[in-house]
Design a protein around this ligand. Structure first.
Ligand code: XUL
Ligand code: MN
Length: 347
């Protein structure tokens, strides 16, 4: 019998936060990134996801050589802790130059800033040993539809992908689609949009996507279908597992805590299609509850990992032969009852 591969888990240091939200300040003490790295392995995590300024704080104040020296230092820290960098993402939504977006800004100077910072992110990714740069296109969109030419915006996004691919012949680009927040009308809201951009690029094999459960739900789509679509094209670079209670602000709740069946279907699609066998990480993007006491607060990460593993066990004991019989008989009532009872533990 071949051993089923175990999953490798990752998260970003921003997932251990101090509880601030748009309506109130921190509820916990700050906890610096270096101390966070020591928490990963004991909790069962091997991969670290980064923004460029997670690797290099105050990145805007440093010269390029200083940025890369700092990144090399972070790589050494990761090595000491037995950790690997999964990806680096340019945090383009914080800078004064990207108030109106970066790649799709109406200002040529702002677009140049966004491109320069993105190419620097590729250098940082290489230095920390990450194979991919993630583009979450936070402010690439608008609150006022007439404010930007949307056709031009999509062409500009494609131009950036091509410049990134030309700048480095190995780096992968993983687009993380999201339909809203912070912008009202976001460009590249779904996996389909991201995949179309990938295929239009000059080296589509290196352009993939990250599917975040909550982002799919915010687009009123099923996260497992978004993952399946990417898997069918060998384009699921990573996942951001979490949950979301309907069409509200981006909640990043623990995986499976709102819709257990939808979470089961995400695990099923990953399990059944060999996700993780080529080194892909099971990434989490979960927010600690503001109400949680203690410092640092990490229960949400531990709990989400455990819920995922419990659902893997459920996926492995899901009777595929029985599923096939229900399908052959077109008895979807029976299939649905079996699935729910399997999750409830009664069958
Ligand atoms: C935003 C989001 C980001 C990306 C990384 O909603 O999910 O944290 O995952 O930039
Ligand atoms: Mn995310």
């Amino acid at each position: 019998m071949t051993k089923t591969p175990d999953y490798r888990f990752s998260f970003g240091p921003w997932n251990i936060n101090e509880g601030a939200d748009p309506f109130g300040p921190c509820t916990r003490h700050p906890y610096d990134h270096e101390a966070k790295y020591a928490l990963y392995r004991p909790m069962g995590f091997e991969g670290v996801q980064f923004h460029d300024d997670d690797v290099v704080p105050e990145i805007g104040k440093l010269a390029p050589a200083q940025v890369l020296a700092k990144a090399a230092g972070v790589r050494a820290i990761l090595n000491n802790h037995g950790l690997a960098a999964e990806f680096v993402a340019p945090r383009l939504w914080f800078a004064p130059e990207t108030i109106d977006g970066g790649y799709t800004s109406n200002s040529a100077a702002d677009r140049q800033y966004a491109l320069d910072r993105t190419l620097q992110t590729i250098d940082i990714a290489r230095t920390v040993g990450a194979k991919a740069v993630v583009l979450w296109l936070a402010r690439e969109g608008t609150y006022v539809r007439e404010a930007k030419n949307v056709v031009t915006a999509y062409r500009r996004l494609l131009e950036v992908l091509n410049k990134m691919l030309a700048y480095d012949k190995e780096i992968e680009i993983w687009i993380e689609p999201k339909p809203n927040e912070p912008t009202d009308l976001a460009f590249v809201p779904t996996a389909g949009h991201a995949m179309a951009l990938a295929y239009a690029s000059q080296d589509h094999r290196r352009v993939k996507i990250v599917v975040e459960s909550a982002h799919a739900i915010l687009a009123n789509l099923d996260p497992s279908d978004e993952m399946a679509f990417a898997l069918a094209h060998d384009k699921l670079g990573s996942v951001h597992l979490n949950d979301q209670n309907g069409l509200k602000y981006d909640q990043d709740k623990n995986f499976g805590t709102t819709n257990l069946r939808a979470a089961f279907n995400q695990v099923l699609v990953l399990e059944d299609n060999g996700y993780g066998r080529n080194g892909e990480f099971v990434g989490l993007d979960v927010k600690a509850m503001r109400t949680q006491k203690g410092s640092p607060v990490t229960d949400h990460l531990r709990n989400t990992r455990q819920i995922f593993l419990d659902l893997v066990a459920k996926a492995r004991s899901y009777d595929r032969k029985r599923v096939e019989e229900f399908r052959a008989a077109r008895d979807y009532e029976g299939l649905e009852l079996y699935t729910v009872q399997h999750l409830l533990g009664s069958r």
